[in-house]
Ligand binder design. Structure first.
Ligand code: APR
Length: 183
């Protein structure tokens, strides 16, 4: 079952490396030199040329985004972004996570990308609570799409059922939000 908001955001359960979209987003680390989790899966699927290109980028600041080619992936491009490590919520983690989505979408729009898939950034090794992350992610994506018609489809690709349930619930809340009376 896929849940959509205003038709341009979708939540699915699956493997981001299999998505046939213009770009997939990688939850990388500051070195951009690969790792485990979705980072490892994307590098394995793209092949060694991805790492070779990443070496030339000289890293990425948390919350920022860089673009590379997709090589052996079905996606033409990979947008590399680095999420915040969860430290309890008092160190600007929420804003940094929102920046990952906003900066990845802005970079995608700049490159004429129309369809893009995100993983659930920071909610694995970086331990960001997935319920809290899902609200930040979907709100950031919705706010960007409200102002930018160029991106036609954003797919949140949740690997685990737990993450999928969180994002689906967050989507429902976004969709069902009742207009405030008297406005
Ligand atoms: N497709 C989609 N999502 C995936 C996939 C996949 N193939 N593999 C893992 N995930 C999900 C995880 O289940 C989690 O929900 O991606 C989400 C992010 O988890 P991580 O990959 O651990 O990323 P993150 O928490 O941002 O930590 C980043 O981990 O792999 C290293 O180099 C990376 O140091 C960086 C850190």
């Amino acid at each position: 079952m896929n849940v959509t908001v205003s038709g341009r955001i979708e939540v699915i359960q699956g493997d981001i490396t299999k998505q046939s979209v213009d770009a997939i987003v990688n939850a990388a680390n500051n070195s951009l030199l690969g790792g485990g989790g979705v980072d490892g899966a994307i590098h394995r699927a793209a092949g060694p040329e991805l790492l070779a290109e990443c070496r030339k980028l000289k890293g990425c600041v948390t919350g920022e985004a860089e673009i590379t080619r997709g090589y052996k992936l079905p996606a033409q491009s990979v947008i590399q972004t680095v999420g915040p490590v969860w430290k309890g919520g008092q160190y600007g983690e929420d804003d940094l996570l929102a920046n990952c989505y906003r900066n990845s979408l802005a970079l995608a729009a700049k490159h004429g990308i129309k369809t893009i898939a995100f993983p659930s950034i920071s909610t694995g090794a970086y331990r960001f609570p997935v319920e809290r992350a899902s609200k930040i992610a979907l709100t950031s994506i919705k706010n960007f799409l409200d102002k930018n018609a160029s991106i036609e489809k954003v797919i949140m690709v949740c690997f685990s059922d737990e993450a999928y349930q969180c994002y689906a619930r967050a989507m429902e809340n976004l969709q069902i939000g009742k207009p405030r009376s008297g406005h």
